[in-house]
Design a protein around this ligand. Structure first.
Ligand code: ADP
Ligand code: MG
Length: 395
């Protein structure tokens, strides 16, 4: 596995392990947990280390606390939930560094769990160079370091990267990241072919790099959502008021080649209200002024569904329309259903695409649903991640 030390390599009995997990769960307005998937995904590594007789010290960030203490973003609520999942007590430290934490970590016994308070209450979490003692203080708590936070592995933060230098030969990959890599590494090196990618969503500036990189690996890439607007414009099609990052039209023009599949019809609307007036156009007609593209049309869905059935490997990131509005979710939902029905290897990354699949109850029908949208894209683009690079070499 990327030739890195793994959790299973560590002699954990009677030792303490500091584990970076991704407990950055979405919260409801009243501060309760909206979705506990991320806690559940962290359980295998935690359970493994406990079974080996280690004292497990967990650390994570939650939300964006602007580098100061924010009681609405305390991980205390996660400690309760985790305790339920483990059917065991979880000690919670009301800070992540300092004397009290050090005492709690020192007193922790094998088979016990301690969760530290939100790392991002300290500016040095996201900007390690501003205070190297932050990493040092965290590192002093344990014998081993494990990174299992795939969702943040593309960030070179204190708890995801810098800290590893204090654990020479003792910084290892957790089980969740190993599972993620088991699906993503073959996409880079030896995907079963044909390998098709589907890229939608809105973040053209962050996704154009991955598109470029994918183009060298995939046999075909289907582009929908606001991503397709720049490509259609690059072909000289007028797109009316469609969401468009204008500066990328010329990049799209350079990328256009035989591997790229674009929508042949579009759903267009005059605004984004749930009861908006909409109509379907064939792409060559163009989007009239005052209208915007909001979904792929039924002809596109039919054509793509047919082509997708030939693939051996499929990677999907990003919805194909403004799927938050039910009227404009049809294309995304139809393709999610189509992918779910295939026996090919189907891999999905991206917060919004995953949400679409979950809302349809189709999660189990995909080979892999990634816990890291940004991380999976960066891995496919760059071929490595800072949070993994920092770990010790494998045995
Ligand atoms: P993911 O989270 O899966 O990576 P993104 O965050 O890139 O996906 O994009 C999701 C957003 O893209 C959604 O909010 C959706 O409304 C928007 N979107 C998709 N298609 C369009 C479109 N044609 N016009 C405007 N917004 C779109
Ligand atoms: Mg998103």
């Amino acid at each position: 596995m990327m030739h890195k030390l793994t959790l299973q390599d560590l002699p954990l009995k009677g030792k303490k392990v500091l584990m970076r997990v991704d407990f950055n769960v979405p919260l409801n307005k009243d501060g309760t947990i909206l979705d506990d998937t991320r806690i559940q995904e962290a359980l295998p590594s935690i359970q493994y280390a406990l079974n080996q007789g280690a004292g497990v010290i967990l650390m994570s960030h939650l939300g964006r606390p602007k580098a100061k203490k924010d009681p609405t973003l305390s991980l205390g609520i996660v400690a309760k939930k985790l305790s339920q999942f483990l059917s065991a007590p979880v000690f919670f430290a009301t800070d992540c560094v300092g004397k009290e934490v050090e005492k709690m970590a020192h007193d922790l016994k094998g088979g016990e769990v301690l969760l530290l308070e939100n790392l991002r209450f300290y500016p040095a979490e996201e900007e390690p160079e501003t205070d190297p003692t932050f990493a040092k203080q965290l590192a002093s708590l344990a014998d081993f370091y494990v990174n299992d936070a795939f969702g943040t592995a593309h960030r070179a933060h204190t708890s995801t990267a810098t800290i590893a230098q204090y654990f020479p030969g003792k910084a290892a990959l957790g089980l969740l990241i190993q599972k993620e890599l088991a699906f993503f590494e073959p996409l880079l090196h030896n995907p079963k072919r044909p390998f098709y990618a589907l890229i939608g969503g809105a973040k053209v500036s962050t996704k154009i790099g991955i598109l470029k990189a994918l183009m060298t690996k995939v046999d075909r890439v289907f582009i929908g959502g606001a991503m397709s607007t720049v490509f259609l414009k690059a072909q000289g099609i007028s797109m009316g008021n469609s969401l468009c990052e204008e500066s990328f039209v010329s990049v799209a023009k350079e990328l256009l080649n035989h591997k790229i599949v674009l929508p042949i019809d579009l759903v267009i609307a005059q605004d984004l209200r749930p009861d908006a007036t909409f109509k379907i156009i064939d792409v060559p007609e163009g989007v009239p002024p005052g209208w915007q593209s909001v979904d792929i049309g039924p002809k596109t869905v039919a054509a793509w569904t047919q082509q997708l059935s030939q693939a051996a490997t499929l990677f999907w990131n990003g919805p194909f329309g403004v799927f938050e509005i039910p009227l404009f979710a049809r294309g995304t939902h139809a393709l999610a259903q189509a992918l779910a029905s295939l026996s090919a290897t189907t891999i999905v990354g991206g917060g919004d695409s995953v949400a679409a699949i979950q809302s349809l109850g189709l999660s189990k029908k995909f080979s892999h649903i990634s816990t890291g949208g940004g991380a999976s894209l960066e891995f496919l683009e760059m071929g490595h991640l800072p949070g993994i690079d920092a770990l010790s070499p494998g045995r």
